[in-house]
Design a protein around this ligand. Structure first.
Ligand code: BGC
Length: 767
């Protein structure tokens, strides 16, 4: 595969201007700081194809759904992450001509994402139609320190011209969302103001009245000296502009500093937005660009200290893991309990910035083991706070008595997806939410979380499962009909093994957790009173646990993805012509549904979660059957395969799948990076290294490491927080060493042997 971006351990580099790659590069070079995110759109005017994107955390639009006839229980809206005002706008104009890379003659174009320091740089030479040549060096970042602020340093050097250059510096709120069901614009103007060096626009979203004030404050230098200017000020609806004209000299730099902010009513009273914007801008303006940059560098250095994974001997793998970790840190910082992790983070509109099962199934381990239990707990509490809505949601579908069905897609606890096979049928997400509670507790030891909300969630979900199954007198077993499993290339199937299994597991875990909670009699009596819990419920669960149907191929260890799976024409992904892939971009839905091709881990997802329930032969047989039939057209698929392949000793397969998950967007395996990055699967990439190659597990409450190393690597190193102790784990061809960076002595298993790692010390174990 030809690589578009240069391989480099800390940088993503694009050489040359590639209009056909612009949409993808806008995603790849996206910036974010947990509060907001910005695609790598150009500052200057650009008439080529682009997807403008400035996203402000928590701000969304409940777009009208598009549904057919059967509306009962249907979500009322489809939430959209909103493209907010364009704050980066800054266009040089020379001799009446605005610089537009699409029409100018461009050379020496280079774009660099500096992951180590958290900024985006771009340089190029442009020859305008009027023959004037400009050299441009731009750098921008979204501050991790002042997280409502961002800055652009835009430097222009005329190469063959002396005379006036104007800079149109603007905020444009008249923007659209590409993903709008009815082509509506989602913002209305509240107010705007402009003065010589600053300007503000406050916009409100229609329907929900989220308000965002976007502001700019400008400074200009020439030949290193501050320029005093008097700007031309222009206003129109949702738009403000300061145009500054400088008498430029050939070969001399003119630098425009644009300090900007996005202030959201999610964080401040609406009446205060404009004042807050002024304060934030005054503060960053006083700091100046250099100080902001230095602060940004140290904020990132601090993050990398804990988060970095160092891979020696394989630059492509090294660059990729850092890219994934960088994007995860740009998306979610764990500081705001109302926020969660959208599958595309702040890099595109698809998936509406909403919360999916991805958070519990894929993201929790990353945040839990790099940021600690507090952040992980916050992700669990996010769902606990939405339990009432999950109960309401189940109620809309006819379930009762406290049964909870968490939404497949949500902004605030309500289901807000408008595809029926996802909204109604992908009920497996409920299981992942229960599994996350178990995963959290086994890693952190914080079993008391059950009493802080975990048990209520488990009860609600178990109630749902017990009502969702039905007794089949033909089979003499419980069955679950009409579901979509994780593999979305099958809809409305009966007895999806993964869903049946996770339902059974949830009820069993809830039963065990109830026994534990009963020992605290004060808690237990409050719990019973609050939830109207009855012992007969557990009896019912026990009956289901014992008698639920799990489709299996007779005489083998193969679990069947669902009833009738073996009726399909038996092909493997290798039988597909490359021109047909990804099949979701080439085949009709009808053809996909009939085919054997699996979008993402489904049976194998279950074996990944519940590995300890299956012997190695069973996992191997299922892996060898399902993997060749899987097209991995969900980003969430390859990482699970890395973990299982590494466990099974299939090192080449594990490495192949690692590159696929880690470089999914950089090498655009699924031809969709233009829509935004696969943020949640990036957490899966981290899992692929730590759980796959690193062999990290929790075995009977003890951290266990069983590392292997891909042939292509000479060593790798990662850190995890385990029970509040930071462990630094290094692996090479000989074995593993574990350093206890902080905290109490830690007893762990390495290659199955018990070892104790005292504080500050390193132990080494050879394989
Ligand atoms: C996957 C889902 C996932 C969603 C968001 C879909 O393509 O099939 O499992 O939740 O993307 O990442």
């Amino acid at each position: 595969m030809k690589k578009h971006y240069e391989e480099n351990p800390w940088l993503i580099v694009e050489e040359g201007f590639h209009p056909d790659m612009q949409l993808s590069s806008e995603s790849i070079f996206s910036l974010g700081n947990g509060r907001m995110g910005q695609r790598a759109n150009f500052e200057e005017d650009f008439t080529g194809s682009t997807l403008q994107g400035n996203y402000v955390a928590g701000v969304y639009y409940p777009d009208k759904t598009r549904v057919g006839w059967w509306k009962n229980g249907y979500p009322e809206y489809f939430a959209k992450v909103l493209n907010a005002a364009n704050w980066i706008g800054l266009s040089p104009i020379v001799d009446g001509e605005a610089l537009d890379i699409n029409s100018a003659e461009v050379s020496d174009f280079r774009r660099v994402l500096n992951m180590k320091e958290g900024n985006l740089q771009r340089s190029f030479i442009a020859e305008l139609k009027n023959g004037i040549k400009l050299k441009v060096d731009a750098i921008r970042f979204l501050s991790m320190v002042d997280d409502e602020a961002a800055v652009v340093r835009y430097c222009v050097t005329p190469l063959n011209y002396s005379g006036p250059i104007s800079f149109k510096v603007y905020i444009d709120g008249d923007i659209i969302n590409q993903d709008s069901n009815y082509d509506e614009k989602f913002w209305a103007e509240v107010s705007k103001s402009i003065s010589n060096d600053e300007a503000y626009v406050t916009l409100a979203t229609k329907k929900l009245d989220f308000q965002v004030c976007t502001g700019q404050k400008i400074n200009v230098t020439q030949g290193g000296q501050k320029v005093s200017f008097s700007s031309d000020q222009k206003e129109k609806e949702k738009y403000v502009e300061n145009t500054i004209t400088v008498d430029a000299k050939e070969g001399e730099e003119v630098v425009v500093y644009k300090y900007a902010c996005n202030i959201s009513s999610e964080n401040h009273p609406k009446t205060e937005l404009n004042n807050r914007a002024k304060t934030v801008l005054a503060n960053v303006y006083a700091k100046g660009f250099d100080q902001m940059l230095a602060e940004q560098q140290s904020a990132w250095a601090k993050r990398w200290e804990m988060n970095d994974i160092v891979i020696e001997g394989d630059v492509a793998a090294q660059q990729a893991i850092r890219f994934n970790i960088f994007q995860l840190n740009q998306t979610y910082t764990g500081e705001d309990p109302r926020l969660n992790i959208g599958p595309k983070g702040f890099t595109g509109e698809k998936y509406g910035g909403s919360t999916y099962w991805d958070t519990e199934a894929y993201c929790l381990p990353f945040y839990m083991l790099t940021s600690g239990s507090k952040v992980a707990k916050q992700l669990l509490l996010y769902r606990y706070r939405q339990l009432d809505r999950a109960i309401e949601n189940a109620g809309k579908l006819g379930f009762k008595d406290g049964a909870a069905l968490y939404p497949m897609v949500t902004m605030n606890g309500e289901e807000c997806h408008n595809e029926w096979e996802i909204t109604f049928e992908e009920i497996h997400r409920n299981g992942a939410i229960a599994y996350a509670i178990h995963n959290y507790i086994r890693h952190t030891g914080d079993r008391d979380y059950l009493k802080e909300g975990g048990l209520e969630v488990l009860l609600g979900i178990s109630r749902f499962w017990s009502q969702r199954v039905n007794w089949s007198s033909a089979k003499n077993q419980y069955v679950m009909l009409g579901v979509t499993g994780p593999n979305e290339y099958e809809n409305n199937v009966n007895n999806n093994w993964y869903t049946n299994y996770i339902a059974k597991w949830t009820m069993s875990y809830a039963r065990e957790s109830i026994e534990y909670a009963k020992s605290d009699s004060a808690f237990w009596s409050d719990f019973v009173a609050k939830t109207s819990f009855q012992e007969s419920e557990v009896e019912k669960w026990s009956d289901i646990i014992e008698k639920i149907y799990e489709p299996k191929k007779e005489g083998t260890k193969l679990y069947m993805q669902q009833d009738g799976f073996l009726d399909k024409e038996d092909l493997t992904a290798a039988d597909l012509d490359v021109s047909e892939r990804p099949i979701n971009q080439h085949w009709s839905w009808d053809r996909i549904l009939r085919s054997i091709f699996i979008k993402q881990a489904d049976v194998l997802q279950g074996m990944y979660f519940f590995e300890e329930d299956f012997d190695e032969d069973t996992i191997r047989e299922n892996f060898l059957y399902y993997e060749p039939r899987t097209v991995h057209e969900s980003s969430l698929s390859p990482c699970v395969h890395v973990v299982l392949a590494a466990k099974l000793g299939m090192h080449a397969k594990a490495y192949e799948m690692y590159l696929r998950t880690a470089r999914l967007d950089l090498d655009d395996y699924n031809h969709e990076a233009d829509e935004g990055l696969h943020i949640t699967s990036m957490a899966g990439t981290w899992m692929a290294v730590v759980e796959g190659f690193g062999g990290k597990r929790i075995k009977n409450g003890v951290l266990s490491l069983d590392p292997m190393i891909p042939d292509q690597w000479t060593s790798y190193r990662f850190n995890i927080v385990y029970r509040e102790t930071v462990l630094s784990i290094s692996v090479n061809g000989d074995g593993v060493s574990v350093k206890n960076e902080s905290g109490d002595a830690c007893d762990i298993l390495v290659y199955g042997k018990s070892v104790s790692v005292p504080q500050g010390e390193t132990i080494s174990v050879t394989k």
